[in-house]
Design a protein around this ligand. Structure first.
Ligand SMILES: [Ca+2]
Length: 435
């Protein structure tokens, strides 16, 4: 067909749509088709009957419109696709944002939210993830976070370097960590090397302690000042003179980093339940129902399979893990980093139908919804040993930005909807039928 369109000279202005008219048959004695994990099949109104893949090609551009909203008629989407093509050139020339990501991700897991955050990072294809730093080196040796990292690289068909970090706490805010064992130096070295080699400034995002980052700053402050465009740190307590888990992991590193003068976007994890920090929560099923099956398997393997060491991590991605699916779906999850990841990607929030989506730009005529932002503040350390802070928004000398909720009523529903859409659109290249 492509040849014919080229022949008659319309290949660049013809919309080609490839889709099925219904799911596979699933009746007793019928053809051997499977819609797993979707329910039912052809002739039924469950997802197995009505949900199917579709590819739209317009000129040289292929659109991925997986779950922005349910698409129920081809006639309805052609117009909007053409409009999108005309009004959103950035869909075609998608800008890439270099990112270094630090996480205290473990397997078996400690905090399931770290898995949701890693998936969110990979869901946004504008992030050009240059390196992953696996926090807390000593624990990484016992509970290697490289397992879920390797799996997600398989899922997305990407390759990038990752390394484990320093095992021991920094002994002072200006500690370079050089006295720690050589094998624990890899994450700090990877961070420095990635910054040196990057052609443009890099965004650094951390979701655990800031140990390796602070040690790297203490070694080469000029390099970090020059090469880091923004530094999102999910750590700390917005309340004056109160502690927090990620601070507790390495208080001296936190103090050193907060005093560094780097372009910090501070995302405090506490307090919860006051609509002040980045915290929000959801039930797994509200977000994971309907995500690509291999991504769902990644979550099941990480969070639900009781003896993961008995399963090969790569094979697990394409196995039938349904026995554990229902337990996973019913669990509640505390979350912190979703808003800051959306902000780091430069996306805004738009209301589309009955959902909120995080996108680079919205449908024509729609304005972004203001739910959270970052405001300039002056933060100082009040207790160096405990990692306590106080801060002021009313200042002439801001030294960082802090996450601020604008619309407390919608903060949680918006982030839930955005995360659901991001994970539904997750760019898997590994599917159940491609071992
Ligand atoms: Ca974490």
């Amino acid at each position: 067909m492509k040849k014919k369109l080229e022949e008659i000279g319309v290949v660049d202005n013809t919309v080609v749509i490839l889709m099925s008219d219904n799911g596979g048959e699933s009746v007793p004695g019928g053809p051997a088709t499977s819609n797993v994990p979707l329910r039912a099949g052809k002739g039924r109104l469950y997802e197995g009957g009505i949900r199917e893949p579709m590819v739209i090609k317009l000129g040289g551009h292929i659109f991925r419109l997986v779950t922005i909203m349910p698409i129920i008629s081809v006639a309805m989407i052609i117009g909007s696709c053409v409009q999108e093509h005309r009004s959103r050139p950035e869909v075609i020339n998608e800008r890439k944002i270099p990112v270094i990501y630090g996480t205290d991700l473990f397997h078996p897991h400690d905090d399931p939210d770290d898995h949701f955050d890693l998936a969110t990072l990979f869901a946004m294809s504008e992030f050009d993830v240059k390196a992953i730093l696996l926090d807390m080196g000593a624990k990484q040796k016992k509970k290697p976070g490289r397992t879920p990292v390797e799996q997600i690289l398989k899922l997305t068909g990407r390759r990038l370097p990752y390394a484990t970090g320093l095992s021991k706490k920094l002994i002072s805010p200006d500690d370079k960590g050089l006295v720690q064992p050589k094998e624990d130096q890899v994450a700090v070295e990877l961070l420095l090397q990635t910054l040196r080699q990057s052609a443009e400034p890099v965004i650094v995002i951390t979701t655990g302690s800031v140990r390796d980052l602070c040690a790297a700053f203490n070694r080469e402050p000029k390099l970090l000042r020059e090469r880091i465009s923004r530094l999102y740190i999910n750590i700390g307590n917005l309340l004056e003179n109160k502690g927090e888990w990620n601070v507790h992991l390495d208080r001296k590193a936190y103090v050193g980093l907060m005093r560094s003068g780097l372009p910090i976007y501070w995302c405090p994890c506490l307090p919860v339940n006051e609509n002040r920090s980045t915290h929000w929560k959801f039930k797994h099923g509200e977000v994971l129902e309907g995500v690509p099956p291999t991504l769902l398997n990644w979550f099941i393997y990480a969070l639900q399979v009781p003896r993961p060491h008995e399963l090969d991590p790569t094979k697990a991605l394409t196995m039938d893990l349904r026995p554990w699916r229902h337990i996973l779906m019913s669990l509640e999850r505390n979350m912190w980093c979703t808003g800051s990841l959306i902000h780091a990607a430069g996306r805004s929030i738009y209301r589309v139908g009955d959902q909120w989506v995080a996108a680079a730009s919205g449908p024509r005529g729609t304005k972004p919804v203001k739910v959270f932002t970052f405001v300039p503040v002056h933060v100082e350390i009040t207790d160096e040993d405990k990692g306590y802070t106080k801060w002021s928004e009313d200042t002439l000398s801001p030294n960082m930005h802090v996450y601020k909720i604008i619309d407390p009523n919608n903060h949680e529903p918006v982030l839930k909807s955005c995360l659901r859409c991001l994970l539904h659109d997750f760019p898997v290249v590994l599917h159940r039928d491609t071992q």
